[in-house]
Design a protein around this ligand. Structure first.
Ligand SMILES: Cc1cc2nc3c(=O)[nH]c(=O)nc-3n(C[C@H](O)[C@H](O)[C@H](O)COP(=O)(O)OP(=O)(O)OC[C@H]3O[C@@H](n4cnc5c(N)ncnc54)[C@H](O)[C@@H]3O)c2cc1C
Ligand code: SF4
Length: 328
């Protein structure tokens, strides 16, 4: 491990000031960052511990739910308002990692966790544009069963690993950040970047910017929501495909729908094309399939992961079918 300094921030302003130091990284639960530092894939000169910052989970007067970035994943998944108002978020968090890791992991760290592409971790033997820009990507001609079928580029085909972020994308969450220039808010769906020519730039965060909170809008329909994760093992595995869905019906007609996919793209993937097919239509399984196919039409499978196209299609249909119940 490369030597680094450690300091602990008392509040967001102090964290941003301390991170002004060269090559500093914020430290949440450390469940991803410390692993990457051990492998020398991340080599920060300084760590600024932000676990003492706001971890509160509060409902505002105008119906938003504000979650401090230092809130532990377990605390979010178990919070009464999350379970009642946004069950998709509770289920997505509980589908990830293990109880021990969720007890350590923070909301800010979960949003910024890095890909699980095995070539990214293989510092010694593999070429990786995300780790070493311009080097090449060994996943493209290699073993790529777990990789992306949507939104990838000729520079990188890695998927975003977070379950929580898929639910946040479906729920139209906003990420609140603070930097030396002040505070701003970014929609979760605009927070992560597609790889293009620069897979090493993963988000719109500027150097030194800190995630302070996320905000969930009031969405009465989200009380009826599901997260389904398909993976090789029943626990302790990342998604091959996952679907977060919110479905609001009026009679048998789809009044509102929110869909996001995990395990298939370099970012939490909001399925906007499928949503457009669904809105305002009578809910039925044929329509669900049509919507899923519209979303997956742009899929560009690699050698080992063509199965994800049908798997994602069927998972979308199954999840919407479960939410629609007898209406479908
Ligand atoms: C064995 C294992 C299995 C796992 N399985 C899953 C899974 O199935 N699904 C899943 O979704 N995840 C899974 N994870 C990943 C886990 O969810 C992440 O490691 C965790 O969410 C990261 O949170 P953290 O607080 O520990 O982040 P850290 O490791 O502390 O930090 C991660 C990154 O976020 C940055 N950061 C942290 N806080 C902030 C902040 N407030 N502002 C700006 N930057 C910040 C850090 O600088 C670092 O770059 C697994 C992890 C392990 C080790
Ligand atoms: S897919 Fe991306 S992360 Fe994986 S080796 Fe290629 S460039 Fe690196």
């Amino acid at each position: 491990m490369t030597p680094f300094s450690y300091s602990r921030a008392a509040d967001a302003a102090e964290a941003v000031r301390l991170a002004g130091a060269n090559r500093a990284k914020y430290l949440g639960g450390g469940t991803n960052l410390v692993d990457l530092m051990r492998e020398t894939i991340e080599r920060p000169a300084a760590l600024v511990d932000v676990t003492g910052l706001s971890s509160s989970i509060e409902e505002s007067d105008d119906g938003f739910l504000l979650i401090g970035a230092a809130a532990k994943n377990t605390a979010v998944a178990e919070h009464r308002a999350v379970c009642l108002r946004y069950p998709v978020l509770a289920r997505a968090i509980l589908a990830g990692a293990s109880a021990q890791i969720r007890n350590m992991a923070t909301v800010g760290g979960n949003i910024l966790q890095r890909t699980r592409c095995t070539y990214f971790y293989d510092d010694e033997g593999s070429r990786c544009n995300k780790r070493s820009p311009g080097q090449g990507c060994d996943a493209i001609g290699g073993v790529n069963r777990n990789h992306a079928i949507l939104g990838a580029s000729s520079a990188c085909v890695a998927t975003h690993p977070s379950d929580m972020c898929v639910a946040l994308a479906a729920l139209d969450a906003t990420v609140h950040v603070q930097g030396a220039e002040g505070a701003r808010a970014v929609p979760l769906t605009a927070f992560h970047r597609l790889p293009g020519e620069h897979p090493e730039i993963e988000t719109v965060l500027q150097p030194g910017e800190l995630i302070t909170a996320i905000a969930l809008p009031p969405l009465p329909g989200a009380a009826r929501s599901i997260y389904r994760k398909v993976r090789d093992r029943a626990s302790y595995a990342f998604a091959l495909v996952s679907v977060a869905a919110v479905l609001e019906l009026e009679g048998g007609t789809i009044k509102d729908v929110r869909l996001a996919l995990g395990g298939v793209a370099p970012i939490p993937w909001r399925a906007a094309k499928a949503e457009r097919v669904l809105r305002g239509q009578p809910a039925n399984l044929r329509l669900f399939r049509q919507a899923a196919e519209a979303e997956l039409a742009a899929a560009a499978p690699l050698r080992d992961n063509a199965f994800k196209v049908e798997l994602a299609t069927r998972t979308i249909v199954a999840v919407l079918g479960a939410l629609a119940g007898e209406a479908a």
